[in-house]
Design a protein around this ligand. Sequence first.
Ligand SMILES: C[S@@+](CC[C@H](N)C(=O)[O-])C[C@H]1O[C@@H](n2cnc3c(N)ncnc32)[C@H](O)[C@@H]1O
Length: 410
Amino acid sequence: MQVEVRHGDCLEIAHELASGSTRLIYLDPPFLTQKTHRLRTRDRMREFSFDDLWNSHEDYARFLFPRLREFHRILADDGSIFFHCDRRASHIARTLLDRTFGQDNFRSEIIWHYRRWSNSQRILLPAHQTLYFYSKSEKYVFNQTYGDYSPSTNVDQILQRRRRDEHGKATYDRDDSGVIVTGSPKKGVPLCDVWDIPFLNPKAKERTGYPTQKPILLLERIIKLVTGPGDLVVDPFCGSGTTLVAAHLTGRKAIGIDISLDAVTLARERLANPEKTESPLLEAGRESYRTVDDDALALLNGLDCVPVQRNNGIDAILAENFQGRPVPVRVQRDHESMSEAAGALAKAGRTKYAALMVLVVTHRGGELPLGEALPTGVIAVDSPALQVREALRCRHHDVDQVLLRQEADA
Ligand SMILES: C[S@@+](CC[C@H](N)C(=O)[O-])C[C@H]1O[C@@H](n2cnc3c(N)ncnc32)[C@H](O)[C@@H]1O
């Protein structure tokens, strides 16, 4: 598929493109961060940077407005534009898009949500960016996609036909004999406007070292939503060329523009060898990373601790440290002997430099063989269920003893 990268100011290069030629424009311009973004490649051999410095909000708006007008011209009548921004410029972008494309052509505000770790500042941790989706007209290409129902969806909601009653309230439809009517097969839940897509991690295969590089997965989703095979996609601020790689992988034509020669060179190199990071998180869902099972978590209820996922030996870390080190906790599983559970905890705890580890013992099956001690630093505490079971067993034993004594005396 024809994909090319052009060097220069997107305002001038857009002049060269024919009116109505483009089905999708995706733009990820500087976000009004008031800084120079700089990053090195993993091998530290190359550094990329671009300026995001403005005299004022008006200055930023004055930069964008003529470009948006030009993008409007090259867009096909059934085409769409996606404007990527964050909290710093979203109000400016929305106003300019309303003016250029018309309020009636506003379609969606998409929240791209991702998880990140950061030191807490005196604001809420930013964990999303915004994409404004406008179309050029009422008639725009839109390929609806569907996802799975949430686990809490009632099966009746999926299977049964709904209708409005005389008060306009939605109810399950029934036939004349009062039997519920089965609806036509459902496709799933239409794609919503909050997109949970992981941010590129530092080790991701597709990471190029270009600052503010976006994930291919995000661009693929946008491209598939509003274009068809063979359509032209334009990215006027293409940076490392993410949109171009996504267009290539989905069989669309694409033109990328960037004012930085380094970006243009990088995007061309990337296109010669397009690489995409597969995301197990997306494929199997966030739940696939859960390793702490609910029964284990329930046993830790009331304990001041943080559950830990994606760790085979540790279920939680206590809120309180011991000797300045974290205190890992593990709940013994049904299939594990005490020795196996303690071993797994000790192994995982050592990698966290823990001096003390707590094993919650849930059953006596496979107790430590005589003479075998718990690994250094591991202490064992019985779960409440185990304590109750053992207390009851003791009582039964005591009662049996009394009865035996009475029988012997008789
Ligand atoms: C946020 S980055 C884009 C990152 C890109 N989406 C990616 O995934 O790598 C913004 C880009 O806009 C470019 N840029 C800034 N002003 C420009 C202009 N007037 N014309 C074209 N590109 C420009 C910068 O060089 C930078 O590469």
